[in-house]
Design a protein around this ligand. Sequence first.
Ligand code: G2I
Length: 672
Amino acid sequence: MNPLKRLGRRRASVLALLAVAGLVTPAAATAAPDTVRASTLGAQAAQSGRYFGTAVAAGRLGDGTYTGILDREFNSVTPENEMKWDTIERSRGSFNFGPGDQIANRAAARGQRLRGHTLVWHQQLPSWVSSIRDANTLRGVMNNHITQVMNHYKGKVYAWDVVNEAFADGGSGQTRSSVFRDVLGTGFIEEAFRSARSADPSAKLCYNDYNIENWSDAKTQGVYRMVRDFKARGVPIDCVGLQSHFGAGGPPAGFQTTLSNFAALGVDVQITELDIAQAPTAAYANTVRACMNVARCTGITVWGIRDSDSWRSGENPLLFDRNGNKKPAYQSTLTALGGSAATRRTGAPSPRSAAALPSSFRWSSSGALIAPKPDATHNIAGIKDPSVVYYNGKYHVFASTASSAGYNLVYLSFSDWSQAGSATHHYLDRTPIGAGYRAAPQVFYNTQQRLWYLVYQTGNASYSTNPDISNPSGWSAPRNFYSSMPDIIRQNIGNGYWVDMWVICDSANCYLFSSDDNGHLYRSQTTVGQFPNGFTNTVIAAQDSKYALFEASNVYKVQGSNQYLLLVEAIGSDGRRYFRSWTASSLAGSWSPLAASESNPFAKSSNVTFPAGTWTRDISHGEMIRAGYDQTLTIPACKLQYLYQGKDPNAGGDYNSLPWRLGLLTQTNSTC
Ligand code: G2I
């Protein structure tokens, strides 16, 4: 919902309205992420759906130069030592998550991904583990360590290095000697991956090693055979990390071949610990290009920020010098991350989320089905921001009413779309919800509490409850989710507006998403048991330039898959509204592009046909037709339908008086 909806009560000037009403110049709006070169490593990598990360040391987080570069350049972090066994479980059964949490919480607050490093490794292993000689004891200790650590970081870690460096150097192509191999046999690797999958089914599980970059090396071949065997037997593995600690010559000639051969087994590949002696520009560029050329190479992590932070500091192998200045290799890396059209990952299949949804969409639109019904006391210009559930044989639609006087809410119900236009409009300002600024409703049924919830914006994030959705006067007076705007929103909102609150729950937690019309999607969380209270831990769940990630986000669970779908409304280069989409395997996870660009949008006038006549060029704020009506917000994977707001393309003037109407999109390229 546009910020201007707030301005209705503020009597903003027409000029101010025009400035933010989406009447942006094409130049400003072409900041679509797939068309512009970015100026930082993370933002540039994100344009091809990849991340660019760094190893982080908790002990350096007090250094402002270090954190300045960290937050500016990187959108993924790996704790350099803080999640290793000798830190987390130095003595048996006693877990110390402090240093790891410091990095994890900091990353979460900034929307950076987190790679977990590492669960089972023969180094940085306390002697109480390496001295175990009894197989059952060691198996129990290993599985307990994996389970406790993964449980603790559930939802925070995107990918885990489950087993690190298990293969021997040299020509054997076999596993190396370690307490795990020597006491449990080589099967310890499989066992570790199986325990990891059951501990956190939504984290990606990686095998990570060094000197596996050259395709013909015996060690590479040994790891390749193991991954091939795991995939053939259904042992859970999602990714292979190639550490890539290179000499000054950079990657071996066959590096890209190695990446694509692993990827062809059906795993993601990632460059996980990149550093190159003396950091030659060409060596960095060649490494990055190899990843860009492989669709399933999903990200690159350098092993430290400044040369002085490196475990190989004598070789100056990183992208920033000791003073934090960019080195020449920084520029060659940034340029190589720009890639070409052929290197984009957008739409590439993601391993565990299967093809539940297609990676591009086509739609057919109805005409305008629902228009305002002004009465003697409601002089309504537009009906907007619909939320809809199908319950008890009826569609129940809640929407904003817009007029020059401001915003409030309306409810209507009907059994068939053909009757939508003739349904009675119940104005909710006459109910305990009351008059004043209320907008952008979202409705769902809370199965635990047996109550309907209506979530909406009032300047705060507010809600009302009702035991009976069909009784408009049954809604309670507004209550707020937060005592005040969370700090992180206050710090990032700039000149934007806090809008479009959205609640979705999984079996453990409820999440409250909101937008700021300034390029940020926020997420807070509480437990299912505490809901609607206790929303805390607000983080930036996604960010982009202002118009590329504007407002009106929807988040859904896709039925029959482990996918969640995020839709966010953007403003295109033509000044018209459209939707971008992403998926994630958990609600607190990081979002990967699905149909996320202006040229491959989720829904925009360019991928919608209008058999009944083109009545709108904007595909704006709306709601998917769900498969159910409860707090999980489950949608079908097939034959999607989306109720949206559109308007006469020639209409202009006062934003709050624009003639918004509601129409229905039906997907035409459904494959099931
Ligand atoms: O050895 C380079 C990397 C190879 N792959 C796995 C990575 O986990 C590994 O990282 C390095 C860290 O960069 C070092 O920082 O792992 C080393 C340990 O094997 C880390 O070094 C240790 C020192 O050995 C300790 O003495 C020191 O207390 O770093 C610790 C914290 O500074």
